[in-house]
Write a protein that binds this ligand. Structure first.
Ligand code: GCO
Ligand code: MG
Length: 403
């Protein structure tokens, strides 16, 4: 019987930091899992090397659910991003191995195809409204069907989600950059530029916006009301989801759809949000929410309450995650949309994926498993790996705000 022979934690920085787990079986089959936790990469790398890899050696790679339970319940300490990312990496790698062993692309093992392509949304941003409008035009011209729009709030350097020099990479500093933030300025400004996007380009595409945890529930309710005529596909993370009940207040006031979950790591973190129908899209991901096994469990719960998936797909989720997400998105009945921020060009040298963007849809390859190859020679060219931090937001009075 096949056994896990080795598991390697691979660090590479092709344009940004990525942590990858590669599991190899005694039959010589390899599986890949993304283990990247933006700004805390080495915590997961150490968790895997010190506490997980020794437990994997000699295990039956086919026992995916059992391994998930073993790592989750066996840790005693529950949940949390470091643990759940480490478990996710193992889980994804074992699914990859199962697909390769069966000779089937992963979506076939997850129930088969429910759709031909995976609707994705791309990012448009600008340091000014004119720049944002040009960026939206660029994406719509390229055939994009869904666009997230973010513009710099005048005078507020801490505005989330604005690309500088054509690239937006949130974790880019050796120590956290501190950026000023004004909720008042944002609340006055954001609805006006979203309205300009609709005025210029109409309603024939999906428009999204990420609030990035910056508002209180009542502020979020006000924002949701203000943008109702613009028919957003969603407003994302309108308030931090540390308290799931907080969304009851937002829900009472606005019909703007809500998406939450990119920073949440387990089914229990979204249980109330889903079962009370406080959100419309759940943004948990393969890499941070315990892998395909756990994410499918979350999406199955969501399906009972007409909540759809809308997985996080920022540049800090590696191409391995994007491939795993696209397979799950292809298979589940309650798929909503998939974020596709894209990666620095260097990442394609290390991660060869068969993913294809076709107009507004992402299509998975028919290669067995995830369909991703890790190029060790290319990774060696990007071996220099140093900690990078996300910025920190401070209100104009100097106090720390949610970034
Ligand atoms: C998004 C996200 C990201 C996060 C990043 C943090 O919706 O794409 O909010 O941009 O900020 O993933 O590591
Ligand atoms: Mg977000």
């Amino acid at each position: 019987m096949s056994r896990v022979e080795s598991a390697e934690v691979l660090l590479a920085s092709p344009g940004r930091n990525f942590v990858t787990l590669r599991v190899t079986t005694t039959d010589g089959v390899t599986g890949l899992g993304d283990a990247t936790l933006n700004g805390r990469e080495s915590a997961v790398a150490h968790y895997l090397r010190d506490h997980v890899v020794p437990l994997l050696i000699g295990r039956d790679p086919a026992r995916i659910e059992d391994t998930w339970q073993y790592l989750f319940k066996g840790a005693y300490w529950r949940r949390g991003p470091v643990t759940m990312t480490a478990i996710a990496a193992v889980d994804t790698a074992l699914w990859d191995i199962k697909g390769k062993t069966a000779g089937l692309p992963l979506y076939q093992l997850l129930g088969g195809r429910s759709r031909d392509g995976v609707l994705v949304y791309r990012h448009a941003s600008g340091a000014s409204v004119d720049e944002l409008l040009d960026d939206v035009a660029r994406l719509l011209d390229a055939g994009c069907l869904a666009v997230r729009a973010q513009a710099q709030v005048p005078g507020i350097a801490g505005t989330y989600g604005v690309a500088h020099g054509g690239r937006y990479e949130p974790a880019n500093a050796a120590l956290p950059e501190e950026q000023p933030w004004s909720t008042e300025a944002y609340l006055d400004f954001a609805p006006t530029y979203l309205a300009q996007v609709r005025e210029r380009f109409g309603f024939g595409f999906h428009l999204l916006h990420d609030v990035h945890h910056r508002l209180t529930p009542i502020e979020a309710a006000r924002f949701g009301q203000a943008v109702e005529p613009l028919r957003l596909f969603w407003m994302e993370d309108p308030t931090p989801a540390d308290s799931q009940e907080a969304f009851e207040l937002i829900r009472r006031h606005t019909t703007t759809p809500i998406a939450v979950g990119e920073a949440l790591t387990s089914i229990w973190d979204v249980q109330h949000l889903i079962t009370r129908q406080l959100i419309d899209y759940v943004r948990t991901t393969v890499v941070h929410a315990g892998g395909l096994t756990h994410l499918k469990r979350i999406f199955d719960l969501a399906a009972l309450y007409q909540v759809r998936s809308g997985s996080h797909g920022a540049s800090d989720l590696s191409p391995v995650s994007m491939a795993a997400a696209a397979h799950l998105d292809t298979a589940i009945p309650n798929f909503g949309i998939q974020e596709l921020m894209g990666h620095p060009p260097e990442a394609a040298e290390v991660f060869h994926t068969g993913l294809r963007l076709d107009g507004g849809y992402l299509r998975v390859s028919e290669a067995p498993g995830l369909g991703v190859e890790y190029d060790d020679a290319a990774a060696a060219r990007f071996a220099e790996f140093s900690p990078k931090y996300l910025p920190i937001a401070r209100r104009l009075d100097g106090s720390v705000h949610d970034w």
